[in-house]
Design a protein around this ligand. Structure first.
Ligand code: PNW
Length: 462
């Protein structure tokens, strides 16, 4: 699939969904207000050395107090959908036990504000802010956490389900399990391969239990990436050797199929079971779990930033986030990259969407995150972020090419509406199409926001 080159106009199908995404801990602030309990990200960020420069989400974008203004910005951009997450520790401060109605009040008001502005709310129930009390009892490595998530999902649904139709259970369980419990670069910062595989399974179980408690349109959002060799990243038709093929398949199993296959087919990839068996065993996978995990869902949410580039590299130790990746090298490419250091390869989005539609035709697709951090500069009252415009332009053209090639892509949500707390990078990296001045909390539309408003208006790229 060759994305149409910059310059030609493209029009998306009628009814294509346009929106933007955020997450609770990254924007809300108000970390101690209205009965909110501590989460693993509060603990992690307040631990010296974990997050760049000791940044925390204590204040963030102060969205908790400024949500009306922020919904006004969204309305001005013409967003059809706003994807946000609810903070579990606001709603169930201890992770289990009593529901905190004041925590739900905030989302109740936010949903009403959105609906009043003609914007459809997409709620994600878990975007990484696990109640600390549950982590103290083992976190996602403890099976009980999945059941507590089911209870929490039910509580949110009971309050918002009359107005919210589209529900996402989890955001990127791979990141939660393997950056949180294996490499330890995300909260809770643990380093155990065995716990990471347990966490992965219990997150999937949590997805299934929550899906059973919800009604409406159900989604699961995954960080998916085409896994390719360096040569294939530049030319999808490039030849691949048998040893590189094995490397690609193993990483594809760990990153992509470990989550898609249980959720959509009720099976684990054999490679994942084999690797997990060598790292702590498989006792945590109980009879009947895969049937719970394999609930019917309507949408697969895809967060795409870049392909995963690997090749056979005999003797290489396993990558910290990929147990079982011994003998595989993670390669970088000599192509332009974002401030995050992530290579800019829009064609990876086309190939990913086309592959998913071919392999999993039963589920609709939506890009729930795509975007980029760049070193923005403010010039007077403008942020001329031509690099971000080019990134978004390229990826939207790639998404359009995938639709032309038959992918069932329903919509696109940019990451992110606002500059925000970029996890281990703190506030240094800015992903927003709206700039946030953290000193004054003033919002300023970047050129990319003005450009995106035009895209939404004409349902395509001029
Ligand atoms: C996603 N990786 O995170 C998250 O959903 C967002 O909250 C985040 O701000 C955004 O992408 C940008 O980082 C990821 O290392 C973090 O593969 C790390 C990875 C992938 C996604």
């Amino acid at each position: 699939v060759e994305p149409s080159t910059q310059g030609h106009s493209v029009v998306f199908p009628d009814g294509f969904i346009w929106g933007a995404a955020t997450a609770s801990y990254q924007i809300e602030g108000a970390a101690r207000e209205d009965g909110r309990g501590p989460s693993i990200w509060d603990t992690f960020a307040r631990t010296p050395g974990r997050v760049a420069d000791g940044h925390t989400g204590d204040v963030a974008c102060d969205h908790y107090h400024r949500y009306r203004e922020d919904v006004g910005l969204m309305a001005g951009l013409g967003l059809g959908v706003y994807r946000f997450s609810t903070a579990w520790p606001r709603i169930v401060p201890d992770g289990s036990g009593p529901v905190n109605p004041r925590g739900l009040d905030f989302y109740d008001k936010l949903v009403d504000e959105l609906l009043g502005a003609g914007i459809t709310p997409y709620v994600t129930l878990y975007h990484w802010d696990l109640p600390q009390n549950l982590e103290d009892r083992g976190g996602w490595a403890n099976r009980d956490t999945a059941y507590r998530f089911g209870d929490y999902a039910q509580a949110v649904h009971a309050r918002l389900g009359d107005r919210v139709r589209t529900w996402t259970t989890l955001n990127e369980p791979w990141v939660s399990a393997f950056l949180g419990y294996c490499s330890g670069v995300h909260a809770p910062g643990r380093q155990s391969e065995a716990d990471a595989f347990k966490a992965s399974h219990h997150l999937l179980l949590a997805h299934g239990l929550a899906a059973q408690a919800l009604t409406g349109e159900l989604a699961l959002t995954l960080n998916l990436a085409p896994v390719v060799t360096p040569a294939q990243a530049l030319d999808p038709a490039a030849e691949i050797s048998d040893v590189d093929r094995e490397a690609v398949d193993r990483i594809d199993a760990l990153l992509n199929r470990q989550f898609i296959d249980p959720a959509l087919r009720g099976t684990y990839p054999p490679e994942v079971l084999e690797i997990a068996a060598r790292h702590g065993g498989l006792d945590h996978i109980k009879d009947g779990d895969l049937a719970i995990i394999n609930q019917p869902i309507d949408l697969l949410g895809i967060n795409y930033y870049n392909p995963c580039i690997v090749e056979a590299a005999p003797g290489t130790p396993a990558n910290e986030a990929y147990p079982g990746s011994e003998g595989i090298g993670f390669a970088s490419l000599d192509v332009p990259s974002t401030a995050m250091g992530w290579p800019i390869i829009p064609s990876g989005l086309s190939s990913l969407l086309v592959r998913l539609s071919q392999d999993y035709p039963e589920v609709g697709l939506i890009v729930t995150e795509n975007g980029a951090a760049f070193d923005d500069v403010v010039v007077g009252d403008r942020v001329p972020d031509a690099d971000r415009v080019a990134y978004l332009d390229g990826h939207l053209r790639a998404a359009h090419a995938a639709i032309e090639a038959g992918a069932d892509l329903r919509g696109y949500l940019v990451w992110s509406l606002l500059d925000n707390f970029e996890w281990a990078e703190g506030y240094h990296l800015r992903f927003g199409i709206v700039r946030v001045d953290y000193g004054t909390q003033r919002r300023l539309l970047k050129d990319s926001a003005l450009w995106y408003r035009g895209v939404i208006q004409r349902n395509g790229i001029a």
